[in-house]
Ligand binder design. Structure first.
Ligand code: SF4
Length: 346
């Protein structure tokens, strides 16, 4: 019977050091291997050139490195890159590199499919298969950092957890991945350059506040009226706006970090003055900013981008009320890499 080898990156540094001591080697060897696994992102044990051949063989006999593989890379006419990433069990997720003049942002996935069911989102149509492991999230970032260096001659500058999946439904693994991404033993990126975007899971937002996380928080709000929000994001029936608001108030009281709201204006759904007024009211309890995001229709046409006039109404009303607002044009539409379009279509 074949023995299933353990994924070596599931071990902490301390466990790796302990493993080498148990093998009669020095604990320090664990540090060296750990550096290869994370900082140098080694795909196989043979790459670990400062480790003896015998030790590499011993590692090979005991462990695997479940590294992701970029199966397919598509480049948009606007420079956006979409990676179809194959996981060790054959499942696929997508991640996106978004270049601008001044920065390169990675949009990474946290689940295969999604646990939630937002009606405007292509990912929601893929049922949730499983959560991603911390190393699978980390690897997506490394792959995009490499592409950024290769194609844009600069390292990755920002990360958003806005790809497939609801990051707060895989909170522990997302947190472990961010720990590695920000650690000097990993990529050494500043947590200030990372934003976790959620549809709003009140209990976890409070937990994040209690843990005093250093990264930013964005909430996909799309409506500040319960009835409307539930009709487009059915889980809002379980986590209504008053619970979300209470959690966000708590978040702000603990972190003093501005809250970003992601908001799409759809024709016939939330393009009314009543909807804007509700948003203004919702934004008032803590310093916040609103990103109005251009919508990318998915196949059935049920959801359509509202008119420019409606978007302007939002922009003017928010500004008049002292709320910072940005209108975001979509990127990578021609390769289905824009917000809400990730659906493993290739
Ligand atoms: S919008 Fe985000 S949370 Fe909602 S179904 Fe899509 S991936 Fe999941």
């Amino acid at each position: 019977m074949e023995i299933k080898k353990k994924d070596i990156r599931a071990l902490t540094k301390e466990q790796l050091r302990q493993f080498f001591v148990e093998q009669g080697d020095k604990a320090f060897r664990g540090n060296q291997v750990y550096e290869w696994l994370w900082q140098k992102s080694a795909h196989d044990f043979d790459a670990m050139t400062n480790i003896s051949k015998e030790t590499r063989q011993m590692l090979e006999d005991n462990f695997v490195i479940n590294h992701i593989r970029v199966d397919q890379m598509q480049r948009s006419s606007d420079g956006t890159i979409k990676n179809a990433v194959r996981l060790h069990d054959g499942l696929i997720v997508e991640s996106v590199l978004i270049p601008t003049d001044t920065r390169t942002t990675a949009c990474v996935s946290s689940q295969v499919g999604c646990s939630l069911d937002c009606r405007f989102c292509a990912t929601a149509r893929l049922k949730r298969m499983r959560n991603l492991n911390p190393d699978e999230i980390y690897d997506q970032v490394v792959a995009i950092d490499n592409e950024s260096r290769l194609y844009f001659d600069r390292p990755l500058s920002n990360i958003v957890f806005m790809g497939m999946g609801e990051p707060l439904m895989n909170y522990n693994n997302v947190l472990k991945a961010i720990d590695k991404i920000t650690s000097p033993e990993g990529l050494g990126m500043s947590p200030k350059r990372i934003v976790v975007s959620t549809s709003g899971v009140p209990k976890i937002i409070k937990k994040m506040a209690d843990e005093e996380v250093k990264f930013g928080l964005a909430v996909s709000l799309h409506s500040a009226i319960d009835e409307v929000r539930t009709s487009i994001m059915p889980f809002n029936a379980t986590f209504p706006l008053k619970d979300l608001r209470e959690a966000l108030e708590y978040w702000y009281s603990k972190t003093k970090n501005k809250i970003t709201y992601e908001y799409v204006v759809w024709k016939g759904i939330n393009d009314t003055q009543e909807a804007v007024d509700a948003l203004v009211k919702f934004c008032k309890f803590a310093p916040s900013k609103v990103n109005l995001i251009e919508y990318n229709p998915i196949d059935d046409g049920e959801f359509q981008q509202a008119s420019n006039k409606a978007v302007e109404m939002y922009q003017n009303t928010l500004e008049r009320n002292g709320i910072t607002v940005t209108v975001r044009r979509s990127r990578g539409k021609d390769i289905d890499a824009a917000c809400g379009q990730l659906a493993n279509k290739q």
